[in-house]
Design a protein around this ligand. Structure first.
Ligand code: NAD
Length: 480
């Protein structure tokens, strides 16, 4: 299911290491510090049994801590049969670099459980999740000050709520218990906008990219984001939200969606919400969707002629086996590690521009950071200032209207302007604003290195350089 797809391909972790080394070759780090940053600090493997359906089932799980230069460490928990030590270590390393790039004050971590969640019912999954969480909590591998998981493939709000509750049961006097995990539903201490955050971040990343003519031209594209044709792989949390927002708000045409049972294609643009509803009613399958042509070999649509390809499912899907046939001039890595090191070399050779995973999908960890801060401050964002803000705006509007009446100017403020202007920011508006700012700022920092140093040929190396420099600075300030 996961890498390697072709015999000569390196593993996911080795792929991340090679990408790291491409960047450090252009940096002035001492070999000792470089090695310290690259290696994964620890990986805990747990095998635990749960009595289910009349017998004991044994599950294998991991929690890997890549770097503790900042604590807590942060990274999702994945439920998939493809989970392995190599995979969680690669993903934990990416978390370190991602957090540094978007300036969330965390080290990198990742967890995984070898399980196909579709094989178990809700109650069974709760038992399994609580038991896995118990194993991690008792070793401080889930803890608000040390290690804070989040959702990833195969997990979501529901699993995070179970984990938070399990932690609270085991730490009854910890006033910050809710901050032990992010991605919780709002009623269980979560934050508005977390579910959509990673897809929303992909949208903001693309909006920012299209602000820069030079960058768009580097991808042999021109004009605006509007009207661009995109192929998306995976219509789960990340892919669905990215495709929905890009098509409904930015005029992007999603001409194909690849899912686990095949793909649907519609050159006029797929109605994403309808497709997702179809999948919800049909066991997650796209086959039979009436508004698109079905293609049994889903991977083939990655090779379609399009303006951008958005892989949002698994790692290693663009590999040495298909890279040469990928026609998209722009790849947006919504998933973690969708392009292998070998494929990256082929694509760079062809001039394909890749917006790298550590940036493109950083929206999730960014909003997780906001959720963690909310949990520690025990107050919803906007609660103190929203009405004060509205009050100040109202004074201004009333004064303008009074002046207009006094001087006989006949000015009237348009009703929709007044409504927008008078509305103070609620939590969702603040979260989106913070995410937008983060994505723009991080893009600028990558871009400066990409364009500022001729030897840095692409955005991925630029992203690694920015991230590694920041991690190195933290280590140096600790005296290493
Ligand atoms: P998800 O489980 O919600 O969705 C994954 C989707 O991919 C599902 O719809 C699944 O059916 C589909 N899929 C599985 N195998 C496939 C195949 N072979 N071909 C096509 N589609 C396939 O997972 P997610 O949370 O959306 O995560 C997707 C990727 O994004 C992962 O790489 C994950 O690490 C990354 N990511 C997720 C988050 C987050 O907040 N959830 C944050 C950052 C990065």
């Amino acid at each position: 299911m996961n890498m390697p797809k072709v015999p000569t391909e390196v593993s996911f972790r080795e792929s991340v290491d090679l990408m790291f080394r491409r960047a450090t070759a252009l940096m002035d780090l001492s070999p000792g510090l470089e090695e310290k940053i690259r290696v994964c600090n620890s990986t805990y493997t747990v095998r635990f049994g749960v009595r289910l359906r009349g017998k004991i089932e044994t599950f294998t799980g991991y929690r890997s801590v890549h770097s503790e230069h900042m604590e807590p460490v942060k990274g999702g928990i994945r439920y998939s049969l493809g989970v392995s030590q190599d995979e969680v270590e690669a993903l934990a390393a990416l978390m370190t670099y991602k957090c540094a790039l978007v300036e969330t004050p965390f080290g990198g971590s990742k967890g995984g459980l070898c399980i196909d969640p579709r094989e178990w019912d809700d109650h069974e999954l709760e038992q399994i999740t609580r038991r896995f969480a118990y194993e991690l909590i008792k070793r401080d591998l889930i803890n608000p000050a040390q290690n804070v998981p989040a959702p990833d493939m195969g997990t979501g709000e529901r699993e995070m709520a179970w984990i938070a509750d399990q932690y609270a049961r085991m730490n009854t006097t910890d006033i910050n218990a809710k901050a032990c995990v992010t991605g919780k539903p709002p009623h269980a201490g979560g934050i508005q906008g977390r579910v959509e955050a990673t897809g929303r971040g992909v949208q903001y990343a693309l909006r920012e990219f299209f602000q820069h003519k030079e960058d768009v031209a580097a991808a042999k594209l021109s004009g605006k984001l509007e009207g661009k044709r995109a192929v998306v792989q995976g219509l789960g949390n990340v892919g669905y939200h990215a495709a929905k927002f890009l098509s409904e708000e930015d005029g992007v045409k999603i001409i194909a969606v690849a899912e686990r049972d095949g793909a649907v294609v519609n050159e006029a643009g797929l109605p994403i919400e309808e497709l997702r509803q179809w999948m919800n009613r049909n066991g997650g399958l796209v086959k039979g969707f009436p508004n698109g042509a079905y293609v049994a070999d889903g991977a083939k649509v990655l090779e379609m002629d399009c303006d951008m390809l958005i892989p949002a499912a698994l790692e290693g899907v663009i590999n040495k086996g298909n890279a040469a046939r990928i026609k998209a001039p722009l790849i947006v890595e919504a998933a973690n590690g969708p392009v292998t090191y070998g494929a990256d070399e082929i694509l760079r050779g062809k001039g394909t521009v890749i917006i790298p995973d550590m940036y493109a999908n950083a929206g999730g960890v960014t909003v997780s950071y906001f959720e963690w801060v909310k949990n520690l401050s025990h107050i919803r964002f906007g609660r103190m200032q929203r009405r004060a803000e509205e009050g100040r705006s109202r004074i201004l509007v009333e004064e303008l209207e009074r002046l207009s009446a006094d001087k006989g100017l006949g000015w009237t403020l348009a009703q929709d302007f007044k409504e927008k202007f008078l509305q103070g920011s609620d939590e969702l508006a603040l979260v989106r604003s913070g995410l937008d700012d983060t994505m723009r700022t991080a893009y600028q920092s990558m871009r400066e290195v990409w364009h500022g140093r001729p030897e840095v040929g692409d955005l991925r190396v630029a992203a690694y350089i920015v991230a590694i420099s920041r991690v190195a600075a933290t280590y140096r300030s600790k005296g290493l």
